[in-house]
Ligand binder design. Structure first.
Ligand SMILES: [Zn+2]
Ligand SMILES: [Zn+2]
Length: 325
């Protein structure tokens, strides 16, 4: 079952003209207002991640879960789901699987899909120009994280970003996720689950309550909190580093770059100049060394019958169109 009738070409069709967006994005005071809930969560989780420095809160299981989580939550939840599936509709999948991936994405504390997708589509429409929400051309910190903490572009007004994610927000499932507190509730629930499962396992193996608490906390600190902060920086590096450092294969009219380091830590998102040249494509790989792990994951899903309508790179799409004429 195809979840929506939206095609990759149509995802930007509802975009309002730049004048309209600039009109709503002007900050009332000339400076952006700090969005305190975002600032508290970003600073708070960074502070809590320092708990990983306490030896008592370390376990090898927690460390392994952290590394697996970078791929599972960041790779599948953000890169595959929020970005390629929802923002660009680079492939289609069963509705139940799409929603499963959305919940994995929500465990990354990167907001509900509607707001994420709207910000990303605005970035593609106006890359490195006003009102691109997160261009690092202003400065590295702004492009990396600062843009999220300041209400400069009116992105936290649902009426505004609804224009850019209309295909999602017309579905009750996605609209419900935009309700205040829902994303954080999902995030906290999965953190609690990590802790409780860890505590039960620790108690079973150690036979003491303190052993259970220690093991549960190690999974929470390493498998959830530290992993969340690392996935944040990995995602944010696409917006910052991949618009500042790297080589360009295509003249795209903005500053996007192909950055091998970002590609390595993001499972393929760092080939960002390739992506800007062809945002609809499910693959960012154009040269043999530009390995795009997430694209191969999508091909595995296709083999399993869980993905279809995979959008090939522009060159292949054009060749197929010419052949069919
Ligand atoms: Zn970009
Ligand atoms: Zn994109």
């Amino acid at each position: 079952m195809v979840p929506t009738a939206v095609t990759p070409e149509e995802v930007f069709a509802d975009a309002p003209p730049i004048e309209e967006l600039l009109a709503v994005s002007k900050p009332a005071t000339g400076r952006g207002r700090i969005i305190w809930p975002y600032a508290i969560v970003v600073v708070g989780l960074h502070a809590l991640s320092l708990l990983a420095l306490i030896p008592w809160l370390f376990s090898w299981t927690g460390a392994v879960l952290m590394f697996i989580g970078l791929y599972f939550f960041g790779g599948l939840g953000i890169t595959m789901c929020y970005h390629r599936l929802l923002a660009h509709r680079s492939f289609a999948c069963p509705q139940w699987f799409e929603r499963f991936l959305v919940y994995i994405g929500l465990c990354c504390m990167q907001d509900a899909p509607g707001r994420w997708v709207a910000a990303h589509r605005i970035h593609h429409c106006f890359s490195d120009k006003e009102p691109d929400p997160h261009s690092p051309v202003l400065n590295f910190f702004w492009g990396h994280v600062g843009w999220m903490l300041v209400d400069k572009h009116g992105l936290n007004k649902i009426a505004n970003y609804e224009r850019y994610a209309r295909d999602l927000l017309r579905q009750p499932f996605y609209l419900n996720l935009e309700r205040k507190g829902v994303p954080i509730l999902v995030y906290l629930s999965h953190g609690l689950l990590f802790y409780l499962v860890g505590m039960a396992a620790g108690f079973a193996f150690e036979g003491t309550l303190i052993g259970g608490v220690q093991f549960g906390l190690s999974l929470l600190v390493w498998g959830v909190i530290l992993r969340t902060v690392l996935v944040w920086h990995i995602t944010w590096s696409v917006n910052s580093l991949s618009h500042l450092f790297g080589y360009r294969s295509y003249e795209t009219g903005e500053e996007s770059r192909n950055n091998w380091l970002v590609a390595l830590i993001t499972s393929g998102e760092g080939w960002h100049n390739n992506h800007h040249a062809d945002p609809a494509s499910a693959s960012n790989q154009r040269k043999w060394w530009e390995f795009d792990l997430i694209y191969y994951n999508i091909l595995v899903l296709k083999k399993l019958g869980l993905a279809w309508n995979i959008v090939e790179p522009k060159e292949k799409r054009q060749a197929a169109r010419a052949e069919s004429r």
